[in-house]
Design a protein around this ligand. Structure first.
Ligand code: ACO
Length: 435
């Protein structure tokens, strides 16, 4: 197994049909050991069963590490807190893609190269007019990203490292333009071209909020907050959308198609759609006195309602991104003189009550990154249906870094899970007239 060694504690054994099978165990640089079951079917004629991959590693990766019990998130070994405090989004993008922080010269070159790709082929703007004005911007974003492969053929050969590098930079550069155009289209305002003299986050805000008839100055504090939000969402190891990108890419599909698949997966309310759902929930709760009613609904086993922005498959303690997001939320609301925003009061009180409640303590349910991001993004001026699109803008670098890692992995195979078949067997075909 790439970059990994066998555990000093020896192999694992599995007993089946009175036979014992020896399974290699690998030692990660940090985290739980990994039992290799890849030969089990060939040797013992059995599959393993793990819906939702709760105990299954699908790949070896050196990009991102999440310690869910202790609330730790590392990008290429660096703590998320350090990166958010000290780096900008493109510096973090370089890190995720290349495995090391750039020096001054490398950073300048990378920024220039991404910046040079911010424009979209002019013909692509015609795509937008084919959508209804009230289409969800995630639907538009997903469609337009998929269409990139029809415009940039010169970077779809996945076996050419140079083309892979160009496609990666194109995706990081064009994603904000695609997202901002989806927003502009929904408001009926003209598209705004990127400005290459602005940094990544400021340019995105410029494309979303400026109009041709007056000057628009990006507030530095708010663009700094935008960088932080992008960094927090840049990667999160083998989550649902990233695994989708890897699975799509495992068949040899081009990177634009793979990222479109990732966007589609991210849209769901259990994943990237949770920030929109969390803000909807806070708006529905509306006042602090109604919180207990919603907490009780969330605890009721017969009610499907869940506290949106709470709980995480991996974090069984406070999500470190949520802590930073909460701080950023306060900074943004302070800067915009919105400190008394009623939804913030509801959010803080809901968090306080839930964290003291035995149900949430027992199930280890803590606020996740989406709990405070909705309030922050709304204060920055984004409508709710843009929240998941912003997540997709940020996550594109994570997806493409993971995709590159997969393509370069000599052990990469087409993704093909097995199943526990529970359907009928030996049925005889009955003619339609006799059914
Ligand atoms: N509110 C109330 N109860 C919850 C919540 C919640 N938000 N989340 C989990 N639970 C309960 C479940 O009902 C379940 O209870 P049970 O054991 O009595 O059946 C238990 O906690 C475990 O829940 P699972 O769904 O099995 O946990 P899983 O790891 O599969 O789900 C998930 C994680 C999907 C994030 C879940 O916590 C959830 O739906 N949260 C709300 C949506 C959300 O905020 N998603 C954002 C995730 S972060 C991201 O994508 C960036």
């Amino acid at each position: 197994m790439t970059d990994s060694k066998k555990s000093n504690n020896g192999p694992a054994f599995i007993e089946h049909n009175k036979k014992t099978y020896e399974l290699p165990v690998y030692e990660p640089s940090i985290g739980p050991k990994v039992i290799d079951i890849s030969k089990l079917y060939a040797q013992a004629n059995v599959f393993t069963y793990d819906p939702g991959f709760t105990s299954t590693a699908n790949c070896a990766s050196s990009i991102t590490y999440v310690d869910g019990d202790n609330g730790i998130l590392l990008y290429r070994g660096y703590k998320i807190e350090d990166l958010v405090e000290n780096a900008d989004f493109l510096e973090v993008s370089y890190l995720l893609l290349n495995g090391k922080l750039p020096n001054n010269k490398e950073k300048k070159q990378f920024d220039a190269s991404v910046t040079n790709h911010t424009m979209l082929h002019e013909q692509m703007s015609k795509f937008y007019t084919g959508f209804r004005r009230d289409a969800h911007p995630m639907a538009i974003t997903c469609g337009v990203i998929g269409a990139l492969s029809a415009f940039y053929h010169d970077s779809t050969d996945i076996n050419d490292p140079l083309q892979r590098m160009i496609a990666s930079r194109r995706l990081i550069a064009k994603m904000p333009t695609i997202a901002a155009m989806a927003y502009k289209y929904s408001t009926g305002q003209p598209f705004v071209y990127p400005r290459n003299d602005l940094d990544y986050a400021s340019n995105f805000m410029h494309m979303c909020f400026s109009v041709p008839c007056e000057d628009y100055h990006v507030n530095e504090l708010l663009s700094k907050a935008m960088h932080k939000i992008f960094i927090l969402h840049a990667d999160h190891e083998q989550n649902a959308s990233t695994s989708t990108v890897r699975l799509a890419g495992s068949s040899g599909a081009n990177p634009f198609a793979c990222i479109a698949a990732g966007v589609a997966c991210l849209w769901g309310p259990a994943h990237g759609g949770a920030n929109e759902a969390a803000l909807n929930m806070l708006e529905e709760i509306k006042t602090v006195d109604r919180i207990p009613e919603y907490v009780n609904k969330a605890k009721d086993p017969n009610d499907p309602f869940r506290l949106m922005g709470f709980g995480h498959r991996v974090y069984k303690s406070y999500d470190p991104r949520a802590r930073i997001m909460q701080k950023t939320c306060h900074e943004v609301l302070d800067a915009l003189k919105l400190k008394d925003e009623p939804l913030l009061q509801v959010a803080m009180e809901l968090e306080r009550i839930a964290l003291e409640d035995q149900y949430f303590i027992d199930k280890k349910l803590y606020p996740n990154v989406d709990f405070y991001s909705g309030i922050t993004l709304r204060a920055l001026g984004f409508p709710k249906d843009m929240f998941t699109v912003l997540f997709a803008v940020a996550r594109t670098v994570g997806w493409i870094s993971q995709w590159n890692e997969m393509i370069e992995d000599p052990e990469q195979k087409i993704g093909r899970p097995r199943q526990l078949y529970t359907g009928d067997i030996d049925k005889e075909y009955v003619n339609i007239d006799n059914r």
